[in-house]
Write a protein that binds this ligand. Structure first.
Ligand code: AMP
Length: 574
């Protein structure tokens, strides 16, 4: 926060009162720099990230320059996504809550255009919209911007990245020449500078570039991992860190869908957020996430732009972003509002260079993390379970299961016997599943997975002998290597060397044949026929041997699919 106060910025009493209600005690640096110039009607070129208070930096002066006695559009704010448009229009609404007759309207694709047309006709003075939908309205003649005083381009670099340059230029050409243009962008690439030169008049440049782009409050860790093992690593990290609110980033929509299916199948409250979902679904997902009904949000970069939740504990880079700026944006979802946060990045061999670029760009160290062992996960889970038990016992309410305990006591069992049996039933199944996952992971983890940050002689990854020697010194990689070398016994769980047995919940009783099963697996997952081994169709279920490297994919992609009209569930056969 700066030394300037909101009083010194000579704002209207309505805006001052709203800022007080919102708990903004002093302007943030970008606000202190931008507001005085913008109030004078000057053009602005603002460089600021999300989280710096940039929205209010343009919303406050824009609101001050609106004449609410006039029932037509005087300000237009362009945002890259619907989520951001909604968020920005809400911030306008909050800052303008005491301004009489103020009307702010968000317009974006995926929502009824008629409702938006009615809103514009009712005399909206500020429109916050996505470029595509704004162009639609302009072309239909349902939106006039010839009396515009201010146009704001928010997250301009992102709009350009999304390919909106033509739309933006058309909109700027529609707007009157004597308008004020406020352009905010996290980065200032060449394309932004071109836009500025062409459409801004002598803009005042205001910047807030933090010392390191990723706040110190965020603990940044990377984990060397192979694709086949990522889901397992994710689950272990969620468990040992007891993650209640997390955002997981994937690079594509398909990866988001796959991961959501995996997490849901493992019992996690996870939902996906990406550009292919309807606006309504996205709003529902975000609301569930805000209310804590969903605690893991799996998202692509573009869809996640508008995520505005202050309590995100961990951001996972399930896939490393191609662009270092994305990394900074992603991890900025945690460590907000003065809280601390964690960022965990999953690094495959080919990501190594990218990670180094990111580290350089973000000017913050990303340290190598220890992969939690199954034992650690179980210990954590048991501790949580014990805590829940104790909480339950301390509750004053009647326990509906007391009569079952009485029944067992009546049959002569002791309380110790009953408790131990229940614990085994509750925790044992999970532990067994962990052991199997561990075995699967070993098969998929090769000794050359490791990423040695310091670099070694003999190339980036060193040679195999070096790595083995490195392995003896300790650290998470070593544990995997040691287990891999002594892992013969666990392999007995697999039907053949390199194959994993998967159980499908359908069998002879469901009228399915081996051909149906092979057809469904090859068709749905892309796994080839020669990667599928022995198939045994039993009455109620089927066992299929699949190449271990494809097992996770089959588990994820086939889960809840239909084979001959039957919804099928899959698990690793015990
Ligand atoms: P933004 O960078 O616009 O996404 O803002 C980040 C968060 O900071 C939002 O939740 C704002 O409501 C909040 N915020 C903006 N300005 C201030 C301020 N001057 N004092 C306190 N909080 C603020």
């Amino acid at each position: 926060m700066s030394l300037v106060t909101f009083e010194q910025l000579s704002l209207s009493s309505e805006v001052q009162q709203a800022l007080q209600t919102m708990g903004f005690s002093a302007p943030s640096p970008i606000q202190a720099q931008a507001i005085p110039f913008a109030l004078e009607g000057r053009d602005l070129l603002g460089q600021a990230q999300t989280g710096t208070g940039k929205t209010a930096a343009f919303a406050i002066p824009t609101l001050e320059n609106i004449d609410t006695t006039l029932p037509y559009v005087q300000a237009l704010v362009l945002c890259p996504t619907r989520e951001l448009a909604l968020q920005v229009s809400e911030e306008f609404g909050k800052i303008g809550q005491y301004i009489p007759r103020l009307s702010v309207l968000a317009v974006y694709g995926g929502e009824s255009i008629d409702r938006q047309i009615r809103g514009i006709k009712r005399g909206a003075q500020i429109i916050v919209g996505t470029p595509g939908r704004v162009i639609d309205h302009l072309k239909r003649g349902t939106l006039q911007i010839d009396q515009l005083r201010t146009i704001v381009l928010d997250e301009a670099d992102e709009m350009l990245n999304m390919g909106f340059v033509d739309e933006i230029e058309s909109i700027l050409r529609f707007a009157p020449e004597d308008r004020q243009t406020l352009l905010f962008s996290a980065t200032m690439p060449e394309a932004i500078m071109r836009l500025t030169k062409k459409y801004q008049r002598d803009p005042e440049i205001v910047k807030v570039i933090p010392q390191n782009l990723t706040a110190n409050r965020i603990e940044q860790t990377y984990f060397p991992v192979r694709e086949a093992y990522k889901a397992e690593l994710l689950i272990r990290l969620i468990e040992v860190n007891d993650v209640k609110i997390g955002v997981i980033f994937c690079n594509t929509k398909q990866r988001v869908d796959e991961l959501v299916a995996t997490l849901q199948a493992r019992g996690y409250m996870a939902e996906g957020l990406h550009g292919d979902l309807t606006q309504m679904t996205r709003t529902v997902v975000m609301n569930k996430f805000r209310q804590g009904i969903v605690n893991l949000l799996v998202a692509t970069d573009v869809a996640a732009r508008g995520i505005d939740v202050d309590d995100v504990e961990v951001v996972f880079n399930y896939d490393i972003p191609h662009d270092p700026e994305y990394y900074v944006h992603r991890i900025g979802r945690t460590g907000r509002a003065g809280k601390s946060g964690k960022a965990f990045s999953f690094v495959e061999r080919y990501d190594v260079r990218n990670l180094k670029n990111i580290e350089r760009y973000a000017r913050a160290p990303i340290v190598k993390g220890e992969i939690p062992t199954v034992a650690e996960v179980q210990k954590r889970r048991q501790a949580r379970f014990l805590l829940q038990c104790k909480e339950e016992m301390l509750k004053a309410t009647q326990n509906d299961y007391q009569h079952l305990v009485d029944e067992m006591l009546g049959e002569g069992f002791t309380l110790e016997q009953i408790t131990a049996a229940l614990l085994k039933l509750q925790l044992g199944e999970q532990n067994q599943r962990d052991a199997l996952q561990e075995a699967l992971a070993q098969q998929n983890t090769q000794t050359r997975d490791s990423y040695d940050k310091g670099g070694r002689q003999g190339g980036k990854y060193g040679n195999r002998r070096d790595e083995r020697r490195g392995g003896e010194r300790g650290g998470s990689r070593d544990r995997f290597q040691q287990r891999e070398r002594s892992g013969g016994s666990t392999r007995t769980r697999f039907s053949e060397e390199g194959m994993t047995k998967i159980q499908l919940s359908i069998g002879k009783e469901h009228n399915v044949s081996k051909a149906d099963i092979v057809g469904a697996i090859t068709g749905e997952t892309g796994v080839r026929g020669h990667d599928i081994g022995l198939i045994r169709v039993y009455d109620e279920y089927t066992h299929v041997d699949v190449q271990s490297s494809h097992a996770q994919k089959v588990l994820q992609k086939m889960q809840h699919r239909r084979i001959k009209g039957n919804a099928v569930t899959l698990e690793i056969a015990q």
